[in-house]
Design a binder for this molecule. Structure first.
Ligand code: NAD
Ligand code: MG
Length: 345
C-alpha cells in the first residue's frame, strides 16, 4: 500500500477553504484502494519486483543423476537390492499431494524399477496399492510393501507368474477383493533378452517375451475392465524401442510397438465405459532389467551416453507421468503414449 506523508505546512494551512490534511487523507484512502485493485503485473512496472524468499533454482536435467552407472550382472529376474548403485525409485524424494486419494491400484512388476517408483508415488498420492511380482523377487517386494504401509495406505502383495491366464484372472480378482474395488491397472511387468541374431533366437525366449509383454496385459486388462467403474484408468509401459527398434531386441521391440497400438485401440473401445487407457514409453532407465539379459559388458557404458541428456534415466523420473495418466485431472487424455527418454527418440 502506498503511504502519503503530510508535511507540517500542509497540515497547518488551509487552501480554498478546504482542510488540506483532510483532503490528503481522502487522497490517501483512494490511492490505497487503487493499489489493491491494480494487477500485480502492472504494479511490477512501477516498483522493483519483490522476490519470494523461497526461490530455488531448477535442477539441471543433465546432472540430476549420475551418468556413469557401472556394468554388473545378475541372473534373471534380478534383485534391485543387489544393484550398485541402487536405482532411485523416489524412496526418499517423492512427495505426494493427494492426487490419487482413495484410489485402488494394481501394479505389475511393482517390486523394482519403474513399477516400484509407481507404487511409491501412488501410495504417497493417497492410493491403496496391490503389487505383483515373481516369487523370487520377494525381498525387493517386501521393501515396497513396507514403504506403502509407512504412508498409512493398504498394501497387498500378490506374487505369481503372469504367463498364465488363470493366474492373471485370479490376480485381478484378488486385488479387487482385497482393495475393495479397482480403479487403476498399471501393466508394467516386462521381459526382454539380448539376442542380436535371429538364427540363434530360441523360440522359448520369443514365447516368454510375447507372453509377458502382450498376453499378460491382454488378460489383465480384460479382467480389470469387467470390474472397473467410469473414471478408472489403465496405464501400459511401452518403450523407446517401439519407435526406434533395437536390433538385439527383436521380439521385445515388436511387443513394445504392439503395446502402443493396443493402448490406442483399447482406449477407443472402452471410452464408452468411461475408462481411459494410456501408456508411457521410457528410454534407458537404471533398473534390474539393464543387468540381467546377458548383454555385452559395454552395454551399460553405451547406455550411459545414449541420450541427448547424456545419461540414463531413473525410475523416479517416470512415476510422475503414471500419476498424471491415472488421476482425474488427466480426464481428457486417452489413447496416448507419452515418451520419457532423455530426448533419445
Ligand atoms: P524391472 O526388472 O525392475 O521390472 C520388470 C518386472 O517385470 C520385474 O520386477 C518382474 O517382477 C516383472 N516380471 C517379468 N516377468 C514376469 C512374469 N513372467 N510374471 C510376473 N512378473 C514378471 O525393470 P524395469 O526396467 O523397471 O521394467 C519395467 C517395465 O519398463 C518393463 O515393461 C520394461 O520393458 C519397461 N521399460 C524399461 C526400460 C529400461 O530401460 N529399464 C526402458 C523402456 C521400457
Ligand atoms: Mg524385479
Amino acid at each position: 500500500m502506498k503511504k502519503i506523508f503530510l508535511t507540517t505546512a500542509e497540515t497547518s494551512s488551509a487552501k480554498d477553504g478546504v482542510d488540506v490534511s483532510r483532503r490528503n487523507m481522502i487522497k490517501s484512502v483512494a490511492i490505497a484502494g487503487l493499489a489493491a485493485a491494480v494487477p500485480l503485473t502492472a504494479a511490477a512496472g512501477r516498483a522493483p519486483a519483490q522476490q519470494p524468499d523461497d526461490v530455488q533454482p531448477a535442477g539441471d536435467p543433465r546432472t540430476r543423476f549420475p551418468n556413469n552407472q557401472p556394468a554388473q550382472e545378475q541372473a534373471w529376474s534380478g534383485l534391485q537390492r543387489n544393484m550398485t548403485p541402487r536405482p532411485d525409485c523416489g524412496e526418499t524424494s517423492y512427495r505426494g499431494s493427494g492426487r490419487l486419494a482413495g484410489r485402488r491400484a494394481l501394479i505389475t512388476g511393482g517390486d523394482s524399477g519403474i513399477g516400484r517408483a509407481v507404487a511409491i508415488a501412488y501410495a504417497r498420492e493417497g492410493a491403496n496399492v496391490a503389487i505383483n511380482y515373481l516369487p523370487e523377487e520377494e525381498l525387493d517386494a517386501a521393501e515396497v510393501i513396507d514403504l506403502i504401509r509407512r504412508e498409512g495406505r493398504k498394501a497387498v502383495a500378490i506374487p505369481g507368474d503372469l504367463r498364465s491366464e488363470e493366474f492373471c484372472r485370479n490376480l485381478v480378482a484378488r486385488a479387487e477383493r482385497e482393495l475393495g474395488g479397482l480403479d487403476i491397472l498399471v501393466n508394467n511387468a516386462g521381459y526382454g533378452w539380448f539376442l542380436p541374431d535371429i538364427l540363434e533366437h530360441p523360440s522359448e525366449k520369443f514365447d516368454q517375451t510375447i507372453k509377458t509383454n502382450l498376453y499378460a496385459p491382454f488378460w489383465l486388462s480384460k479382467a480389470a475392465i469387467a470390474v472397473m467403474k467410469p473414471g478408472s484408468a489403465i496405464v501400459f509401459t511401452s518403450s523407446v524401442t517401439a519407435f526406434s527398434p533395437a536390433d538385439a531386441f527383436l521380439d521385445y521391440s515388436a511387443t513394445k510397438a504392439a503395446i502402443v497400438a493396443f493402448t490406442s485401440a483399447l482406449a477407443k473401445q472402452v471410452a464408452k465405459r468411461g475408462i481411459r487407457v494410456n501408456g508411457v514409453a521410457p528410454g534407458p532407465i537404471w533398473t534390474p532389467m539393464q543387468i540381467y539379459f546377458e548383454a555385452p559388458a559395454n552395454n551399460v557404458e553405451n547406455l550411459n551416453a545414449s541420450t541427448p541428456l547424456g545419461r540414463m534415466g531413473q525410475p523416479v523420473e517416470m512415476s510422475p507421468l503414471y500419476v498424471t495418466l491415472a488421476e482425474e485431472a488427466g480426464s481428457f487424455v486417452t489413447g496416448s503414449t507419452w515418451s520419457a527418454d532423455g530426448g533419445r527418440l
